[in-house]
Design a protein around this ligand. Sequence first.
Ligand code: ATP
Length: 931
Amino acid sequence: MSNHLNEETAHLNLAAYSADDVFKVADSSISGLSHDEVRKRQTKDGPNRLKEAEKEPIFLTFIKNFTSLMAVLLWVGGAVAILSHSLELGIAIWFVNIINGIFSFVQEHRASQATEALKKMLPAYARVIRDGKEEKILAEELVAGDLVLIEEGDHISADGRLIFSTDLQVNQSALTGESNPVSKTSQPDLDTSKTDLEFDNMVFAGTTVSSGSAKMIVTEIGMATQFGQIAHLTQNMAEDKSPLQKELDRLTKQISIIAVTVGAGFFMAATFFVHEPIAKSFIFALGMIVAFIPEGLLPTVTLSLAMAVQRMAFDHALVKKLSSVETLGATSVICSDKTGTLTQNEMTVNQLWQLSGKYEVTGLGYSSQGDIIKDGKRVSLVDNEALEHLVRFAHLCSNAQVLAPDEEHTSYTILGDPTEACLNVLAEKAGITLENNHKWGPRLKELPFDSIRKRMTTIHNIEDLVDGSQYISITKGAPKEIAERCHSYKDQTGLHEMTDEKLSQILQVNDDFAQNGLRVLAIAYRPLEKENLQNQEKWNQDVLENDMVFLGLVAMSDPPREGVKEAIEKCHQASIRIIMVTGDYGLTALSIAKKIGIVTGDDAKVISGLELEAMSDADLKEALRHEIVFARVAPEQKYRVVTALQELGEVVAVTGDGVNDAPALKKANIGVAMGITGTDVAKESADMILTDDHFASIVHAVEEGRAVYHNIKKFLTYIFNSNTPEAVPSAFFLFSRGFIPLPLTVMQILAIDLGTDMIPALGLGVEPPEKGVMKRPPRKLTDRLLNRQLLLIAFVWYGLIESVLAMGAFFLTYFMHNGNLASFAASGQLYQEATSMTLGAIVFCQIGMVMNSRAANQSIRNIKILGNSVINLGLIVEFFVFLALIYLPFFQNLFHTASLGIWHWLYLFSCPFIMIALDEIRKYFVNKKKN
Ligand code: ATP
């Protein structure tokens, strides 16, 4: 801004200026800047963006992949191998380490780029007035002098001076650390002793609006804002490691330590028991260590999570942290808002009701085609003052705008709340020109809607006299709350005193509408007495929202969203409960809950906010065990519901859009904010953001979360199971005191772990969700990924079958050659053939294993054998790498392998089938037992 003011102390002086002077100084006006001027300022000052924090230099991230405990072990191992005159092995181990490091680096880099890309999909927006028209623009397009509209829940994107405000409260904690909201006004602030942040009429980038609304002129953008000057505050948003990643971190360390211990044991045994030369024993021990260390495990998990996050983004769910993916899979209860999430939030007024009669309203959506009809005839507002007031006042109390379709938008665009937008449409259908209506009753003040009061009020100076008064306040909101505050009513027959009988009639009609799933607003007004007008103190809600005149009810429909019913059905099958927690009226909520299948029984309980307040924690928990709908609850009460559910052991996902939803969003295991209607505050507090506000997207995300968890289990099983057949050959060598030569060399172990196993393992990470994944109950959060069952099945069941087949291949080679097993050649062609067979048998068993792992606990007949292209590629690579290892002379020398004959091949080709057949038998019995 100082660029435009040419004054050093621009913002200091601005606080003291009047609104008119602020416009002058900023070279702006009440209709905002012109687009030409905006372009000029953008070219001059650049975008409203903070400079990116300096990231860790890429070479440091690269180097880190070579300094983990695992890597250090391999460096040392390689060095000692070289010192023990096994140059090839030493180089091979180092080579493995380098490949592994590069692999980890590339995967992590890809994962972090994927999350970076997601952050960019969440742009910040601002509402501005330019060339006299309201627009929604990207916050980074703001320039100094822009006229910006802010309201409850908004994130403020630039520093600014307020020129108009209504009960504005701002949370400045990001700048001051003070978490209580501070009040702001647009009045000049002449106090020169204040610091910048203390001015009542200045607001700052990086803060959020807690309540109220305002207009501001942008004074500073980008790095020149207060926030920009301390930008580093927001830039240390290091990604936390997920519980799963931490568990794997810990596990890799444990396994590395176990590997070294086992290696040391084998070293001792080989030296003192088999009396091998020290160098040879060492190489042998090294084999054990290399066999056990799960190279590549961590980056594969990270990548698998990151890919799930990307897939979810396509399905309209932006997950902010990788760790949320795991939690999503365990979700057992979804507490969902109604309006916009389960329903379309496309309001159309269907009926009007006054105490003298009922009217139908025709027409669909936001088009102004339609009429108000009574007894089959179009109704005119002329001679029907009560109806005219109902329609006129409803529109005057609306803040929304309906923009007709144009070149850019094929359908109507709503600025503001659809509940209010349909009131504009209603007025148009009644023949009222909106612009004229605004001129007829210009607005002087607004008491904004809040979801606790469930109503809003505006004050107007009207052209005609209403009940003898030139000033009125108009209140609209929840019918019960409004009708009870009215001392009289107006209908076609005139103005009458409100009686108990009339009041119960109003409430009855409201219930009838609600039972049909309609959302109902009541409209009332209050003529303002002169003395109240003069006394601004009296323009408060206690005065204005009492002793009103009841005009009528406006009933609007909001149809369920497409696909919601199916998504709810899916949840039921997956044993996920859905609890509707809405601000709307109980009967409306229940009717919709029944329509879309959330409530299936007849004895579902509807608990209102008031009842909830009176309930003890124990009663609430008891109520939560049954079918239940929460209606008329304030957002703050969601927090209590979430807490109670969590105490009952549930994993809770909760949706929210407003500022007051923030505590519940934070408290939930998965906070879900609405991307379209959600406030910035809600989005900041959430773990996941729905870009289409659609309930079905939550269900998709849960399904993905479950799939990821299963996939990680699948590849852990796959990676671990080959450890056993890699270790067993050494045990044979050891326990035979060297009589049986080493059936699998260290180099060959390396060839499996980092050659043939790598791509199929990655492929398991991208398996699509299993068919039955949403037909099972959710897993418990306490379920460990690496439980005893997984370890037993990987190391013992699969591991032992593979070991038998591998050792069988080794012995068979000698037997076929000698006719007996009396002696073993410890070197030469026969030995190389035999070790090639051990290697081959493991490689081919792993082909069967990848299919077994894909099917997990179901029969392999349930999966598409060629359905995973990464695995298909992996198997082809695996096969050719093996061919190269045994047929290319260079590799034959390096890996001590030899070419194989026809019966060898027959044996190898049978291995995957044996693996699959045996596992099918196991699965058959396991599944039989389960059923
Ligand atoms: P959900 O919490 O499921 O989104 P909701 O949108 O109906 O439901 P709120 O926005 O808290 O919940 O609204 C609660 C009630 O307040 C509504 O039922 C309606 O009676 C009233 N209301 C909603 N919007 C307005 C508005 N703009 N002006 C006045 N009253 C409103």
